[in-house]
Design a protein around this ligand. Structure first.
Ligand code: NDP
Ligand code: 2IT
Length: 456
C-alpha cells in the first residue's frame, strides 16, 4: 500500500477498512483495487476534517460503477468461421457530465481492467475542467493479424449492441489501445447507419466527419507539456533532456515528437516484443516511420533496427537505458518496483505516466521516496480526453476550430491541470506531490456534484 501523506491512526484505520471492503466486493479484480487504493490513500487524509463526505458515503459510491454492460460480440472471420468475443461498457460516474472515455481492443481486456480505467477516467475528466463523466469500454478482441474487413465486421457487431447504450448526451466513447482512427470510423459509420443520426457520439473521428484537429496528437503532446511544466515548477527544463518512452502507438509516437520539438531527445520506443534504442534521439523521419509502421502497416518495432543504422533492438522493456526522464506510454503495470530502482540508480529526474497506471504501486512509492518528480496518469495523459471534450463542443455547435487555436487550448489545459495539482499537492520539502494533487483536485468537483444530488 502506498504511504499516507498525513493523517492519524483513525484515518489509517478508516482507510484500511475501506480498502478491505473494496477488495472484498471486487474479488479477482486486482487492477481495479489497485486504482481505488491509490486514490483512497491520498484522498482519505484530505477528508479527515471533512465529515460530510464520509457521512454521505461519497468514496463508497465512487468505487461502484453506475452501470456495467457486458455483451456478446459475434463476427465472421475471412474463412467464414463464426467467432465470439465479449464486449463491455463501464459507465462509471456521470456526476459532472455524460460518461466519456475510450474503448480498448486487446486480448487481455476484462472487467477489472475496464473498471480501473473507468474509475481513473472519472478523476481525469474532472481535472480537464470540462463537463465529462467517466466511462470505459472494450473487448477481448485481438486486432493483431486481422484483415481490415475482419476488423470492420468486428466493429460493426460491437456497435450493433453498444449503440443503444451510448449517445452524444449519454456516453461518448473514443479510442484507446487497439482502437484508432480506422476503428472509430467503422464504429461511427455503423452507429450512423443504425440510428440515422449524425451526431458527436464518438470522438477521435476523421477530420472529414466531425473529428477535431489535434485529437490524434493530444495525448502524447499533452503528456510532454505536462512533463515540461513539472520540470519548470522545479526550476529545470526539458531542453537537452533525454527521455525514455515505452510503447510505439498513438501516445508514444506523439510524445517522442513533442520531446523533439521542445529540444529534448527521445531515446527509446517499444512494443510487446521489445524496445528500440537510438542514442542520438529519434529524428522526425524516424518517428514518422514508426507511426506508419504501427498505424498503417501494423508491423513490429524490431523492424526499425533493420531500417535505421543508428537504432538497435533488444527484447524486454527500455527502463535499463540511462535517461533523465521516463514517460511510460504503453500499458498498465509496465514499470515494476525493480524497474523503478534501476531508473533511480541511473539518475532519472522525472517520470510522467502517459499510459494509464503504467507504474506498479511499489514503483510509484520508490519514485516518491527517492525524490523523483512523479506525474500520475490522470493528470499527465488528460490532454487526449481534453481534446475529445473540445471535439464534443465543436460537434454540438456544428463548427470546427483551427489547428492553432486547438494547440493553444491543449497547452493551456495542461498548464491548468498542472496548476490544480500544485494547488493541492504543494509540499514544503521535496517535489510537488502530484499524485495527491491530481487525486484531490479531481475528486473535489465530482464529490461536490454528488453531494448536491442527494443519495443517488
Ligand atoms: P496503441 O494501441 O496506439 O499503442 C499501444 C502500444 O503499447 C503498442 O506499442 C503496443 O505494442 C504496446 N502495448 C500494448 N499492450 C502491451 C502489453 N501488454 N505489453 C507491452 N506492450 C504493450 O495505444 P495508445 O497509444 O492509444 O495507448 C497507450 C496507453 O495510453 C494506454 O495505457 C492507454 O490507455 C493510454 N491512453 C491513451 C489515450 C489515447 O488518446 N489514445 C489517452 C490517454 C491514455 P504492440 O503493438 O506489440 O501491442
Ligand atoms: O484513457 C483515456 O483518457 C483515453 N483513452 C481517451 C478517452 C477519450 O474519450 O478521448
Amino acid at each position: 500500500m502506498s504511504k499516507l501523506h498525513a493523517g492519524d491512526s483513525k484515518t489509517n484505520e478508516y482507510l484500511q477498512r475501506y480498502i478491505d471492503g473494496v477488495e472484498r466486493r471486487n474479488p479477482g479484480q486486482p487492477e481495479f483495487c489497485q486504482a481505488v487504493n491509490e486514490v483512497a490513500t491520498t484522498v482519505f487524509p484530505y477528508l479527515a476534517d471533512k465529515p460530510e463526505y464520509h457521512e454521505n458515503q461519497i468514496l463508497e459510491r465512487m468505487a461502484e460503477p453506475e452501470r456495467v454492460i457486458s455483451f456478446r460480440v459475434p463476427w465472421t472471420d475471412d474463412d467464414g468461421r463464426i467467432r465470439t468475443n465479449r464486449g463491455w461498457r463501464v459507465q462509471f460516474n456521470s456526476a459532472i457530465g455524460p460518461y466519456k472515455g475510450g474503448v480498448r481492443f486487446h486480448p487481455s481486456v476484462n472487467e477489472s481492467i475496464l473498471k480501473f480505467l473507468g474509475f481513473e477516467q472519472t478523476f481525469k475528466n474532472s481535472l480537464t475542467g470540462l463537463p465529462m463523466g467517466g466511462g470505459k469500454g472494450g473487448a477481448n478482441f485481438n486486432p493483431k493479424g486481422k484483415s481490415d474487413n475482419e476488423v470492420m465486421r468486428f466493429c460493426q457487431s460491437f456497435i450493433t449492441e453498444l449503440y443503444r447504450h451510448i449517445g452524444e448526451d449519454t456516453d461518448v466513447p473514443a479510442g484507446d489501445i487497439g482502437v484508432g482512427g480506422r476503428e472509430i470510423g467503422y464504429m461511427f459509420g455503423q452507429y450512423k447507419r443504425i440510428t440515422n443520426r449524425f451526431v458527436g457520439v464518438l470522438t477521435g473521428k476523421g477530420l472529414e466527419f466531425g473529428g477535431s484537429k489535434m485529437r490524434t496528437e493530444a495525448t502524447g503532446y499533452g503528456a510532454i507539456f505536462f512533463l515540461r511544466n513539472m520540470l519548470a515548477q522545479h526550476k529545470d527544463s526539458i531542453e537537452g533532456k533525454s527521455v525514455l518512452v515505452s510503447g510505439s502507438g498513438n501516445v508514444a509516437t506523439h510524445a517522442c515528437e513533442k520531446v523533439l520539438q521542445l529540444g529534448g531527445k527521445a531515446l527509446t520506443m517499444s512494443d510487446s516484443g521489445g524496445f528500440i534504442h537510438c542514442a542520438d534521439g529519434f529524428s522526425q523521419e524516424q518517428i514518422d516511420w514508426v507511426k506508419e509502421l504501427k498505424a498503417v502497416r501494423r508491423g513490429r518495432i524490431s523492424e526499425a533496427a533493420d531500417e535505421f543504422s543508428n537504432i538497435t533492438f533488444q527484447e524486454g522493456r527500455p527502463w535499463g537505458v540511462v535517461g533523465d526522464c521516463a514517460v511510460p506510454s504503453a500499458t498498465q503495470n509496465e514499470v515494476s518496483a525493480d524497474d523503478a530502482k534501476t531508473l533511480i540508480n541511473n539518475g532519472v529526474k522525472a517520470v510522467g505516466e502517459a499510459a494509464n497506471m503504467p507504474c506498479e504501486q511499489a514503483a510509484v512509492d520508490a519514485f516518491v521516496d527517492a525524490g523523483v518528480i512523479f506525474g500520475p496518469a490522470k493528470a499527465v495523459n488528460a490532454g487526449g480526453v481534453g481534446v475529445s471534450g473540445l471535439e464534443m463542443s465543436q460537434n454540438s455547435g456544428r463548427i470546427s476550430w483551427g489547428e492553432a487555436e486547438l494547440k493553444k487550448l491543449l497547452e493551456n489545459m495542461m498548464t491548468d491541470i498542472h496548476d490544480s495539482c500544485v494547488q493541492y499537492g504543494e509540499s514544503k520539502s521535496g517535489p510537488v506531490d502530484y499524485l495527491a494533487g491530481a487525486n484531490i483536485a479531481g475528486f473535489v468537483k465530482v464529490a461536490d456534484a454528488m453531494l448536491s444530488y442527494g443519495h443517488v
